[in-house]
Design a protein around this ligand. Structure first.
Ligand code: ADP
Ligand code: MG
Length: 437
């Protein structure tokens, strides 16, 4: 039976241990990765993704727990072995590239070979081969400052591959790139995994990347909270064992995202998500129109979300008769519908930036649109803090519903069940709409 090439056992990394500013960056993570798997580590900023990657690379020593790579405990490696390990067993790619500005592109790629004292001609040949493969051979004699972000990242991938390691670790490798360069880099990673058969671990906080991976490890607050398998490359025996170990709690939002993004390319995702958003928006706002009127409106809503028509054109076309290409509504309904759409979209735009004032605005909005009539200052503060928790994904929709439903005396908001339900549905939709291409 194939053995995992990476085994992380109850890994804990605690900074400033025992002091008032102690941070539990990793809080008991177990993870096994098998040869040739493409694993994404996904989670919000600060949840410990980079720390986990550094732990696997041997750069970050564990406070507790163990990391084994190819059966070898990293903590037991001698300094010389660790150097050898970094040179030959793993390649690393970072968001910030870390190229040496005073070396040419070619020399940057050759660098890991220089450290191994390899023959000049051979190492240049290998480096040129990689530059060619990634379409940057013409840049070989340039300096990093003369390259675009996407080109720089391709250079750093070439550098990671030049010693032909079996494992590639990448920390938010497309985080600084425009969408076209990001796509290009993601394609390269996929090729490295499928063609070169490298084991690949990529850290990201972008849900659009999830479909690329064979397996997604979802992290929160220094812990692995769930896993989602797209394609299983692990041996069957390993699987049985995993099923018992893996926590089953997956946020409904993540499930939705995974279902939506599975098997889609990045560009497809952007386009295909819009019809889905339109459908959700529509069924949320409407209930008593004919099927024809609903279908026509759905198409108009897609046009609107694609930015093909503006809000005024949307109103006009909703109001227009069927035979004139409209949705056959009436003016009043068209206006109130469009206003409702706009205010929901405004709120989802609003929560993109994680600012305090935005949560205040969102809470006021929910108070009004769901008819909650919350007036007490203390309860309103409490309400805001719950909304913030949900938007930041620190609680799931059920957690929010419970808090809204619980009596005020027990720290809740004391809403009626159907009001709590309304708030939850509104918020889930706003969060869905936030994800854009
Ligand atoms: P992510 O990559 O998911 O954004 P990190 O692994 O970088 O998260 O960080 C996890 C937590 O550990 C964060 O709260 C971060 O502030 C903290 N942290 C990371 N490095 C250090 C450090 N050197 N000293 C103190 N705290 C740190
Ligand atoms: Mg990070």
């Amino acid at each position: 039976m194939a053995e995992p090439c990476i085994k992380v056992n109850q890994l804990r990394v605690i900074y400033n241990k025992g002091k008032s500013n102690e941070v539990r960056s990793l809080d008991g993570v177990d993870l096994e990765i098998y040869p040739q798997e493409y694993v994404i580590i996904y989670g919000p900023s600060g949840c410990g993704k980079s720390t986990l990657l550094y732990g696997i690379s041997g750069l970050q020593p564990p406070t507790y727990g163990d990391v084994f790579v190819h059966g070898k405990n990293l903590a037991e490696m001698k300094k010389k072995e660790m150097v050898e390990f970094h040179q030959t067993s793993i390649g690393m790619v970072f968001q910030a590239f870390y190229l040496i500005e005073t070396l040419t592109v070619l020399d940057n790629v050759c660098l890991p070979k220089v450290f191994r004292g390899e023959n000049l001609r051979e190492r240049r040949e290998k480096a040129m081969e990689l530059l060619q493969r990634f379409g940057i051979a013409e840049q070989a004699d340039k300096f990093p400052a003369q390259l675009s972000g996407g080109q720089k990242q391709r250079v750093s991938i070439a550098r990671a591959l030049v010693n032909n390691p079996e494992i590639i670790l990448a920390d938010e490798p497309v985080g600084n790139l425009d969408s076209e360069s990001a796509q290009n880099v993601l394609d390269i990673f996929q090729e490295i995994n499928l063609t070169d058969k490298k084991t690949l671990i990529m850290v990201t906080h972008n849900p659009e990347h999830l479909a690329y991976a064979d397996r997604v490890v979802y992290m929160k607050d220094g812990k692995k909270v769930s896993e989602e398998v797209n394609r299983d490359k692990r041996p069957k025996e390993a699987l049985k064992k995993e099923v018992e170990n893996v926590p089953t709690e997956i946020s409904s939002e993540l499930k939705l995202l995974m279902r939506t993004f599975k098997n889609l390319s990045l560009q497809q995702v952007g386009v295909l998500l819009i019809p889905f958003k339109a459908k959700q928006l529509l069924s949320h706002i409407l209930s008593d129109l004919s099927e024809e009127q609903v279908n026509a409106a759905e198409n108009l809503l897609k046009e609107f979300l694609f930015n093909n028509i503006d809000i005024n054109a949307l109103i006009e076309k909703l109001d227009l008769d069927f035979n004139k290409g409209g949705a056959g509504w009436n003016k009043l309904r068209a206006i109130s519908f469009a206003q409702r759409v706009k205010s929901i979209l405004d709120q989802s735009e609003n929560i993109r930036e994680n600012q305090k004032s935005n949560f205040i605005a969102l809470s006021d909005y929910l108070n009004e649109v769901c008819g909650l009539k919350l007036t007490d200052d203390e309860i309103m503060l409490r309400f805001r803090s719950f909304i913030k928790l949900r938007v930041e994904n620190k609680i799931d929709r059920f957690g929010l519903e419970q808090r809204l439903d619980a009596p005020k005396s027990l720290g809740g908001i004391g809403l009626y069940k159907n009001s709590a339900d309304k708030v939850v549905r509104e918020i889930e939709l706003i969060m869905l709409l936030k994800y854009s291409a």
